[in-house]
Design a protein around this ligand. Structure first.
Ligand SMILES: Cc1cc2nc3c(=O)[nH]c(=O)nc-3n(C[C@H](O)[C@H](O)[C@H](O)COP(=O)(O)O)c2cc1C
Length: 355
């Protein structure tokens, strides 16, 4: 049944297919999957398995409960901005089937924090960890204030907040990778949260395109400011030269298979240079269990995927978790947590016969 829905959705252009999928998930049209119990943890958050849905699918918090039913242990709603916005002009998402990739230039189309907040308050059931990814409006006069206001409005209603400084489709956003600006963004997010009674763990979502010298400074800031986790990574703007032409878009962020290597090397680098002191979420080009397991071995306590769901369909979490369970047994690990960071990039790639 779930695979039939996947084939049905393939007949539509990607944005329409996405809208239909969100609508079906919000009505629970899909059959639920039970997944292996593969407990993992970041900060004080417990995840029933290490596979989460990355930000950008449930942009406005409409269908996260339906996504939990597919087996995902966590869903990152968003990116949510203070005010609703339409996003960039259409067409703004393109599938590169042969490359098992997507290029998107959505530009934070979302219903805005007030509506999302109401949905989070109204939701009756939540079978997993709920993150909310926050960012500024495109035309904002004060993006730092946008982080503060979204944090104060939403942090009470989720399990973690993800600070998004890395989407390439809000033109100025990546400048917040700069050390001083990043400090301001984190301070503002914390100030917003302090207006509420509850502490909510803070994750920071970064770009895969930064120089490693810049990454060193980000690690320094993350450690100093006690960031709970770094999400590595968002989409890449470094596209093979023919990709944009093939996609017929003028600009956008690349996701899926072509960014697996780059995002996993970056994850490995951050794990080594933070000496295991920061939680890591591995994202970018995960379509199968070997890729997910590789990210865990190089340091990710949790992985997330998005593009893989589009190509592999709704049973992707079930398949990945079943196989990871076998790999853990094969390699003598008693739990996911034992496998986290056990190998370096080269060793993990070799073990999993990737590339
Ligand atoms: C269509 C699309 C929309 C996305 N929108 C967002 C977003 O709003 N906020 C965000 O932080 N990341 C967004 N992302 C990035 C993903 O969360 C993820 O970091 C990236 O796609 C790499 O993972 P993947 O290769 O598994 O897709 C989006 C990705 C895609 C493909």
């Amino acid at each position: 049944m779930n695979n039939l829905i996947k084939y049905f959705l393939n007949f539509f252009d990607p944005e329409t297919a996405h809208k239909l999928a969100v609508s079906m998930l919000s009505r629970n049209y899909f059959i639920s999957y039970r997944t292996k119990n593969l407990y993992t943890r970041i900060a004080n958050l417990k995840f029933k398995n290490p596979v989460g849905l990355a930000a950008g699918f449930d942009k406005s918090g409409q269908c996260f409960q339906g996504i939990f039913q597919l087996g995902f242990s966590s869903v990152e709603v968003g990116t949510v901005t203070p005010f609703p916005q339409e996003g960039n002009n259409k067409p703004r998402v393109f599938r590169l089937y042969k490359d098992r990739a997507v290029i998107n230039s959505y530009g934070f189309n979302n219903d805005g924090m007030e509506i999302v907040k109401k949905r989070l308050i109204d939701c009756k059931r939540r079978d997993g960890v709920l993150g909310v990814n926050i960012g500024p409006n495109k035309e904002s006069k004060n993006p730092i204030e946008d982080f503060k206001v979204t944090s104060s409005n939403l942090s009470n209603y989720c399990d973690y907040l993800a600070i998004n400084i890395s989407s390439p489709n809000t033109p100025y956003l990546r400048k917040f990778h700069d050390k001083d600006l990043l400090l301001e963004v984190i301070e503002a997010t914390k100030e917003g949260m302090n207006q509420n009674s509850k502490y909510t763990p803070i994750f920071l979502k970064i770009s895969p395109d930064e120089k490693y010298s810049q990454i060193d400074k980000i690690i320094e800031v993350a450690l100093a400011k006690k960031i709970d986790a770094i999400i590595v990574s968002n989409t890449s703007i470094e596209l093979p030269s023919d990709f944009l032409r093939k996609s017929k878009l003028v600009s956008g962020g690349l996701s899926g298979q072509p960014i697996f290597e780059k995002s996993t090397k970056l994850l490995d680098y951050i794990n080594n240079h933070s000496k295991g002191k920061i939680g890591l979420v591995g994202v970018g080009g995960i379509e199968n269990a070997r890729q997910a397991y590789t990210k865990i071995l190089v340091g990710a306590s949790l992985v997330q995927l998005y593009t893989g769901l589009l190509y592999q369909g709704p049973n992707i979490v079930k398949v990945i978790t079943n196989e990871i369970d076998q790999y853990l047994k094969r390699d003598g690990f008693k739990s996911i947590l034992e496998a986290v960071g056990a190998l370096n990039y080269k060793e993990a790639i070799k073990l999993n016969s990737i590339l």
